[in-house]
Design a binder for this molecule. Structure first.
Ligand SMILES: C[S@@+](CC[C@H](N)C(=O)[O-])C[C@H]1O[C@@H](n2cnc3c(N)ncnc32)[C@H](O)[C@@H]1O
Length: 486
């Protein structure tokens, strides 16, 4: 990491705003770059429960403050790799019409990896994780563990799309004489996951850019970023007005700006030592798993979908993905509207459409019918899934413990789940031959990590359905009370 931070400093990456002009020309010429690009606003730190390696505030940070600047020279982009290497440029241009910008960036990334120490990005490339847990890396056992048909389908589709991209790009990579290891699907998957989970948006390339040091920020779901009065006062009083200028518009965390650099900003106030997080976008947990390989226990953007008949989905002009259940168990506004319309006799729909689109309840009876329908749908869905929330919660405890166990044979026996673990081992054609004080092999530990993610996802899914049932029951109770009083 020290080598990366030194290399980045040499390229002008910095966590402090550069002075408007050097104090004197001789001082500018003689000043050597600092030994680290961090230390003034940020430091690298470990956050075991929130993304692992990440960036912490090196001092108290103000909202809207510039915390990292990464000049274009440090960014890994397809155009930069090709500008530096005419052979790659010539081969890519011959294949370009058939390839997407993401495929081209992946090929450029693998080409740089193939250069080893001769790559100008070597200090950066050697700090990129060596494996990922995005959905496409899940094997059949782990995919099955998601249990919910839609999620299984997303995982399978993600993997087959990446495979087909790899096959399409194979002739180009052969022409570039990639080493056999880099031609393998495993390498493509690694590079795909790197691009998927670490790129930042740039205007001139849909695939984005890899941003050394800037890609060390972990994720927090974007929340309501409306300006609080306190923040406005802070901006008004701020001495560094130039830095804070436009900070009300700068509630996005980062952008490639006119100074030819990627600039990243604190999107809220941070106390020294706190983890500084970026909101990469609003994602459901399945999307986070698909693109980034993790999920959040509390995700405000989570959407829980249940199987709906075609006639419900097509009853309005609403997009299908707006028909879902919120993490607190409440049906989404659109799901509620669609169900109100669907439960109304066809000949009356037109007459009540104004009421429905404004979000009003049609009648107590209609609302009770919807709530009963939702209860039965959620209960039916839960019954069809092979395990319960309680089982999944215990399995999660087991999976967590077993990954940290130094005595797996005894622990598997003591913690239960021997049967599930035997199926897991059979899938991996492994036997539990680890003696006391030995850890499981890395291959199995990584699979356990992905299995845990799958169980975590399905457990959250079921919990939301249970919350929906409780919500509907309490509403029915309330409506019955109202009806009885009429
Ligand atoms: C841009 S990188 C962030 C830095 C990364 N932790 C590292 O060590 O290089 C994004 C990856 O960090 C991890 N990550 C980010 N935010 C996370 C979070 N809130 N919880 C768990 N993992 C997270 C995921 O593996 C994700 O794909």
């Amino acid at each position: 990491m020290d080598a990366l931070l030194r290399w980045a400093a040499e390229l002008g990456v910095s966590d402090s705003r550069p002075p408007p002009f050097p104090s004197s020309p001789s001082a500018a010429a003689s000043s050597s770059p600092p030994s680290s690009c961090l230390g003034r606003s940020l430091v690298v730190a470990d956050f075991p429960d929130a993304g692992g390696r990440g960036l912490a505030a090196a001092r108290d940070l103000r909202r809207g403050e510039l915390v990292l600047r990464v000049p274009r020279a440090a960014l890994v982009t397809s155009d930069r790799v090709m500008a530096d290497d005419p052979r790659i440029a010539a081969c890519v241009s011959a294949h370009r019409p058939r390839l997407s910008s993401v495929q081209i960036l992946i090929v450029c990334l693998l080409a740089e990896v193939g250069k080893g120490r001769n790559s100008i990005w070597y200090p950066y490339l050697s700090q990129i994780p060596s494996y990922y847990t995005i959905l496409a890396t899940f094997n059949d056992f782990e995919v099955e563990a998601l249990q919910v048909h839609d999620a299984i389908w997303v995982a399978q589709k993600a993997c087959s799309a990446i495979k087909s991209d790899w096959e399409d790009a194979a002739p180009l990579m052969k022409e570039l004489e990639f080493k056999p290891k880099l031609l393998m699907f495993k390498s493509w998957l690694w590079a795909f996951a790197t691009v998927s989970s670490r790129t930042l948006h740039i205007a001139w390339d849909e695939a984005g850019c890899l941003c050394p040091v800037g890609d060390l920020f972990n994720y927090a779901a974007p929340d309501d970023t409306s300006f609080e009065e306190e923040d406005v006062a802070e901006v008004t009083n701020c001495q560094q007005k130039d830095e804070m200028a436009n900070s009300s518009e700068r509630l996005t965390d980062g952008e490639y700006d006119d100074s030819n650099a990627y600039c990243l900003y604190a999107r809220k106030k941070y106390k020294k030592g706190e983890q500084v997080l970026l909101g990469y976008g609003t994602y459901t947990n399945l999307e986070l798993l698909e693109h980034y390989g993790f999920l959040l226990s509390e995700n405000p953007n989570e959407k829980t979908f249940i199987q709906l008949d075609v006639d419900i989905c097509s009853i309005g002009t609403w997009p299908k993905d707006s028909l879902y259940i919120h993490p607190n168990g409440h049906p989404s506004f659109v799901l509620l509207c669609a169900l109100r319309l669907w439960t109304t006799p066809a000949n009356r729909r037109k007459a009540v459409s104004h009421q429905i689109y404004s979000g009003s309840m049609l009648s107590t009876e209609n609302e009770m019918e919807i709530m009963k329908w939702l209860i039965s749908k959620c209960e039916g869905t839960l019954q069809q899934l092979p395990t319960t929330v309680e089982f999944d919660e215990s399995l999660l405890v087991f999976l967590h413990k077993i990954q940290n166990s130094s005595n797996c044979k005894t622990d598997v026996k003591q913690l239960g789940f021997e049967q599930e673990f035997a199926v897991f081992l059979r899938f991996h054609q492994s036997e539990l031959d680890c003696s006391d004080n030995s850890k499981l092999p890395v291959r199995l530990l990584r699979s356990l990590e992905r299995w845990e993610l799958a169980v975590h996802w399905r457990c959250n899914y079921k919990k939301t359905l249970k919350k929906c049932i409780s919500y509907c029951k309490s509403l029915i109770h309330e409506l019955t009370f109202r009806l009885n009083r009429q």
